[in-house]
Design a protein around this ligand. Structure first.
Ligand SMILES: [Fe+2]
Ligand SMILES: [Fe+2]
Length: 306
């Protein structure tokens, strides 16, 4: 029986393959972008709970992962935990700065999604990876060494810096356009999307982490709504004033070295991928291709050396 992504339960989501969630949910809709209200309505229909996930099998499987293979998995998990915490914080000033109520209604739903995603990862770190500490910050401090330096420039430094500018000058639409480009298009729509697809596909193929797979597929479905919001917002802004296109292009160009390095991955990651029979360039090719598709819908011809 085929599973309807839009209304699938957590259990059903865990059985889907990553491409269906990620490509199916975004690519088709790029051709005919939903309205802000459509995206809000989808959020109301697509609620899920971190409390309904069962991590017992995940915990057993993690305990059997050999010590030398753990850093590769940890690095991916830590980048996601840090990413979710960073985007939760950055979104707060964006909610206040967007110019219309329809945009604000949607962004408040995204804010609650990002908090839920952070809590999902926190639970996974505590219950499967067996980290301990009084709060999420203390967990992040313990695993900071696994954070990839290129993605950290975007997830930690870049998002905080533009978030601060949007916070101090909420009426400055140049800052907001830059912020949404870095947040929704680069972080969510390129880096997270490509990494999610990669991890969902690998876990499914290997039968790894079934509780995580259910929650992470629900995360990916949420992220597809966020990315569509970003594409719609930037397309609306470019149609209002072509000057915003320059800001979007400059933001992509400024971060292209980090985008490229993050998608390319470390030598250690590429070696593990090759040993699993995977193409190490798949994440890079998928990520850049998907970035170009979104820029085209926004109304920008990409000519970046990716
Ligand atoms: Fe998220
Ligand atoms: Fe998101």
């Amino acid at each position: 029986m085929s599973i309807e992504i839009a209304t699938a339960s957590l259990r059903e989501l865990g059985k889907l393959d990553g491409d269906r969630i990620i490509i199916g949910e975004i690519d088709d809709k790029l051709l005919n972008l939903p309205s802000y209200r459509d995206l809000y309505d989808r959020w109301e229909r697509q609620q899920w709970s971190t409390q309904n996930l069962d991590f017992r099998v995940d915990r057993q499987q993690w305990s059997e992962v050999p010590e030398q293979s753990r850093p590769i998995w940890m690095s991916a998990f830590v980048n996601f935990l840090q990413g979710e915490v960073s985007v939760t914080n950055t979104l707060i000033p964006f909610c206040a700065a967007v110019p219309t109520e329809e945009q604000r209604f949607f962004l408040t739903t995204q804010l609650s999604d990002e908090a839920r995603h952070s809590i999902f990862f926190e639970r996974f770190f505590r219950e499967v990876l067996m980290l301990d500490g009084p709060d999420i910050e203390s967990l992040l401090v313990q695993v900071r060494s696994f954070l990839d330096p290129a993605s950290s420039k975007i997830l930690v430094d870049g998002l905080a810096e533009v978030g601060q500018r949007v916070h101090s000058a909420p009426k400055n639409m140049d800052y907001l356009v830059e912020g949404i480009t870095l947040y929704h298009i680069i972080t969510e729509g390129t880096l997270a999307l490509a990494a999610q697809r990669d991890m969902l596909k690998r876990n499914k193929r290997l039968g790894f982490y079934p509780g995580f797979q259910q929650g992470f597929t629900a995360v990916a479905r949420d992220e597809s709504r966020h990315v569509l919001f970003g594409v719609k917002f930037l397309r609306d802004m470019v149609q209002e004033s072509a000057g915003f296109a320059v800001i979007i292009r400059n933001t992509i160009a400024r971060y292209m070295p980090e985008i490229h390095a993050t998608l390319y991955g470390s030598d250690a990651q590429r070696t593990v991928m090759a040993s699993l029979g995977e193409d190490p360039d798949d994440v890079l090719n998928f990520g850049l291709n998907s970035l170009h598709k979104k820029l085209k819908v926004i109304g920008i011809t990409p000519d970046f050396n990716g």
